[in-house]
Design a protein around this ligand. Sequence first.
Ligand SMILES: *Cc1c(COP(=O)(O)O)cnc(C)c1O
Length: 296
Amino acid sequence: MQEAFKNIITQKIAGFSNIAVQADVLRLDLLHPVVSGNKWFKLRYYLQDAIRQQKTTIVSFGGAYSNHIVATAYACKNAGLHSVGIIRGEAPAIRSHTLQAATDLGMELIFVSREAYRNKTLLQQELDRTGWYWVGEGGYGIPGAQGAATLLGTTDFSIYSHIICATGTGTMMAGCIKACLPHQQVIGISVLKGHDLLQQEVEALLTNTERKKNYHFFHQYHFGGYAKHPQELIEFMNELYRQEQIPTDIVYTGKLFFAVSDLIRKDFFSAGSRLLLIHSGGLQGNLSLPEGSLIY
Ligand SMILES: *Cc1c(COP(=O)(O)O)cnc(C)c1O
């Protein structure tokens, strides 16, 4: 995968830049068509660790539309490991694009009821087999954050004052905090409604020294909740594509870009700020939209 780093570019966002503020986007969505964005970075040290421990199989959790599940299936296939996905909810009659892609990559799927899915510790105890290496839902965990910290290494990020990303589990944000320099602030835009434990969950992945770094959370840009995508968001995403040729997804990056454009308009950033938005990929999530909703 490292050879694919050359696909990643930083791109100026002209419409987000004015005399006071300049904004660029780190296009991790260009990394790879299947494992785009942050997912491979979050997985890399788990895979290394599994191989070191001579495990044969990576097992992880996700919903029917989980980017993490497909990325896990791909990364395992690439690394010569088996993969198992524990999927929330009963097996559907028609598989989502995500689950079909995971199966095509050789992942074995185990469907569990929503109720059983809630207790992952118990599921792990019941389903565990020799040679299985368990990775938390969404890649949440310290190795996940350490891997995510390396995503900033794909560009010279020292010139920026703010590094801004969308947050699901917060693992990528924790990685950005680990990697950030003393003059930088990391900003997380939560895409979940009422994710009150986000800060605590991010901080659980940090050392004491890292907890003293400069970071901030915004909770008002979820558009109704995880994967909710009202027309206002879709229109914003189409306009962004028209102006900047940057495709975004309905779950994470559309909300990230909307939030930053709103914060710029409200003068949140002081003059001289240089923003780096992390385009964390996820574009395959748009396949669940009715055809023609997006212009790309
Ligand atoms: C999974 C994902 C995220 C969230 O990452 P976390 O580390 O769980 O916060 C953000 N953007 C995209 C496109 C994703 O697929």
